[in-house]
Design a protein around this ligand. Sequence first.
Ligand SMILES: *[C@@H]1O[C@H](CO)[C@@H](O)[C@H](O)[C@H]1NC(C)=O
Ligand SMILES: *[C@@H]1O[C@H](CO)[C@@H](O)[C@H](O)[C@H]1NC(C)=O
Ligand SMILES: *[C@@H]1O[C@H](CO)[C@@H](O)[C@H](O)[C@H]1NC(C)=O
Ligand SMILES: *[C@@H]1O[C@H](CO)[C@@H](O)[C@H](O)[C@H]1NC(C)=O
Ligand SMILES: *[C@@H]1O[C@H](CO)[C@@H](O)[C@H](O)[C@H]1NC(C)=O
Ligand SMILES: *[C@@H]1O[C@H](CO)[C@@H](O)[C@H](O)[C@H]1NC(C)=O
Ligand SMILES: *[C@@H]1O[C@H](CO)[C@@H](O)[C@H](O)[C@H]1NC(C)=O
Ligand SMILES: *[C@@H]1O[C@H](CO)[C@@H](O)[C@H](O)[C@H]1NC(C)=O
Ligand SMILES: *[C@@H]1O[C@H](CO)[C@@H](O)[C@H](O)[C@H]1NC(C)=O
Ligand SMILES: [Cu+2]
Length: 581
Amino acid sequence: MKSLAISLSILSLVSSVVAKTVTYNFNVTYTDANPDGQFSRKVIGINGQWPIPTIDIEKGDRVIVNLVNSLPDAETSLHFHGLFQNGTTYMDGPAGVTQCPVGPGQTITYNFTVNQPGTYWYHSHVKGQYPDGIRAPFIVRDPKGPYAGKYDEEVVISLSDWYHDENPALFSKFLSVGNPTGAEPVPDSALMNDTQGLPFNVLPGKTYMVRVVNMAAFAAQYFWIEGHSMRIIEVDGEYTEEAEAEMIYITAAQRYSFLLTTKNDTSQNYAIVGSMDEDLFDAVPDGLNPNVTGHLIYDSSKPLPDPEFVDEFDPFDDYTLVPFDGEDIWENPTYSFSLEVLMDNLGDGANYAFFNGITYTPPKVPTLYSALNAGNLSLTPEIYGRDTNPHVFKHNDVVELVVNNNDPGKHPFHLHGHTFQLVYRSDDDAGLYNVSDPSVTFSQKPMRRDTVLINPGGNMVLRFRADNPGVWLFHCHIEWHIQSGLVATFIEAPDVIQKTMKIPADHLEVCAGQNLPVTGNAAANTEDYLDLTGQNLSVPPLPAGFTARGIVALVFSVVAAFLGVAAIALYGSQELKQKKP
Ligand SMILES: *[C@@H]1O[C@H](CO)[C@@H](O)[C@H](O)[C@H]1NC(C)=O
Ligand SMILES: *[C@@H]1O[C@H](CO)[C@@H](O)[C@H](O)[C@H]1NC(C)=O
Ligand SMILES: *[C@@H]1O[C@H](CO)[C@@H](O)[C@H](O)[C@H]1NC(C)=O
Ligand SMILES: *[C@@H]1O[C@H](CO)[C@@H](O)[C@H](O)[C@H]1NC(C)=O
Ligand SMILES: *[C@@H]1O[C@H](CO)[C@@H](O)[C@H](O)[C@H]1NC(C)=O
Ligand SMILES: *[C@@H]1O[C@H](CO)[C@@H](O)[C@H](O)[C@H]1NC(C)=O
Ligand SMILES: *[C@@H]1O[C@H](CO)[C@@H](O)[C@H](O)[C@H]1NC(C)=O
Ligand SMILES: *[C@@H]1O[C@H](CO)[C@@H](O)[C@H](O)[C@H]1NC(C)=O
Ligand SMILES: *[C@@H]1O[C@H](CO)[C@@H](O)[C@H](O)[C@H]1NC(C)=O
Ligand SMILES: [Cu+2]
């Protein structure tokens, strides 16, 4: 007993000595890159480099990122995807939510400790900026974790999609009357570790822990390694019981770690394949290669094989994963609500995304700053603005969130500040969640993760504990949909935030430097928090009786005025082909 107590106290001494501060100085600048070998373009880099650095720390470390925005013409910010920011919600990064956007020439410091092991990533959380290059893995090593000692080496592989055009140009075409069906821009290629033909040199008879991060703007990928199976041990920072998979499906923003044991035989090399899910694309452009290939190289003098043809994708189902800690379903929710997903046109003819009829529109004051200054009205959702889609939870509520996907598309939903339990997920086209349907059964040891795919026309039930006071977004991680409004704001225990947190001075200076208000409700009204006059609102709806089909007709007539009848026939047939049934 005594020697155990002593060794435990030595252990805690050692770990407090080991925890260190890791400082990154990031100067955000434009540079050029050609990662798919097809097209050189302007990208957003850091310190003149692209790809930008992978953040690589150990559990318990403090991270300091001193960020300078040297983009002459664009705002920025950084979000550390999957990190709970427990006690530091103001370091979470989304502009208009927990901070002001960092304007050209401005600086900001992110300063937080990380007590979660696992595979994460970081990216800009301003408009649709990260697909222009400002995204990279964020690794938190865990030398004392449950799988430590079960592998010889760990290695990161990032996946992403890639556009030749810059986001602002793609966005203005996407969210416009010229695109009334809301067809998302299709990526030009897929990348693996920001390149194609990635070599992964391995030794025979070893076990690697491979951390895969999908940093895509849009596309999920099927991922597999020919001739090898993967033993999944972590998703989105949560350890799982070991689960064997031949192929995984990894949405934008998800992460998987798996153990890969190499063969003893070095006579052959193997393809590593990522294949973008083309179901996500309304129309697949001619000549698109959805695949990216790398190689597991045992012997560099041997050939690098082309991937074999796969005629049906049959990926591992993440609903079957079991958390390593065996945590049971959180029973007896104290706050239950649902979010209804829909895509539709607003009065400007563009196609927007909605939760419960609301398309997210940023408030004038970052939501966290309103929460801090609203006194006891901080518990009243209305003060945060109609179109931020606010939901207020009390400290330690057990929250149950039902999501009904009334849209024929797949969406990867992400919650900041938490992992949620995926207690139920329907198949495609199951319609609305029905609690009395006897075929609906909940997982008793549901997997926890921070990003989850909802099936087309299906539904799902998520649960989490409101044990992290802060302001947290819930949104689709397809950047096109975050920009078209598929976002809700969760304000968690604002009364506790008021008692325990203070916004760092340099964050407030970012706002002051741009004359952005930091007190008041969503409309920046400081006198009466219940008076929302002047709040930012979405574009008003279409006049009654006007339908999406009417918008298509309207577009054709506008085009006709410019181009004449022959052009309309051509344009019209293209648009109609793109429209989903
Ligand atoms: C950031 O990079 C730009 C472009 O290289 C340079 O002009 C500027 O001095 C740098 N700023 C800092 C703080 O390093
Ligand atoms: C980071 O935060 C810690 C804890 O609040 C503080 O002691 C430290 O001075 C901060 N460091 C920087 C560079 O802001
Ligand atoms: C992928 O890139 C990361 C970050 O640069 C690097 O640490 C890792 O080793 C690369 N993976 C492979 C298989 O080369
Ligand atoms: C590789 O060789 C080792 C040692 O001989 C053996 O234990 C192991 O099972 C072999 N692995 C495979 C995949 O055959
Ligand atoms: C991409 O890979 C899939 C799966 O093997 C295959 O069906 C498809 O033909 C490949 N596409 C190209 C352009 O190579
Ligand atoms: C919200 O209001 C602010 C301040 O008036 C304005 O700068 C911003 O463009 C508005 N945003 C939207 C989306 O309406
Ligand atoms: C909020 O506080 C004010 C005064 O500080 C008080 O008059 C009012 O009753 C409180 N409202 C609630 C709902 O507690
Ligand atoms: C929900 O399921 C119950 C039991 O099967 C059924 O009676 C009821 O009609 C369903 N409700 C809806 C709205 O489909
Ligand atoms: C945040 O920290 C508190 C203790 O300080 C803990 O009870 C809670 O579970 C943590 N929440 C998360 C999401 O890490
Ligand atoms: Cu989406």
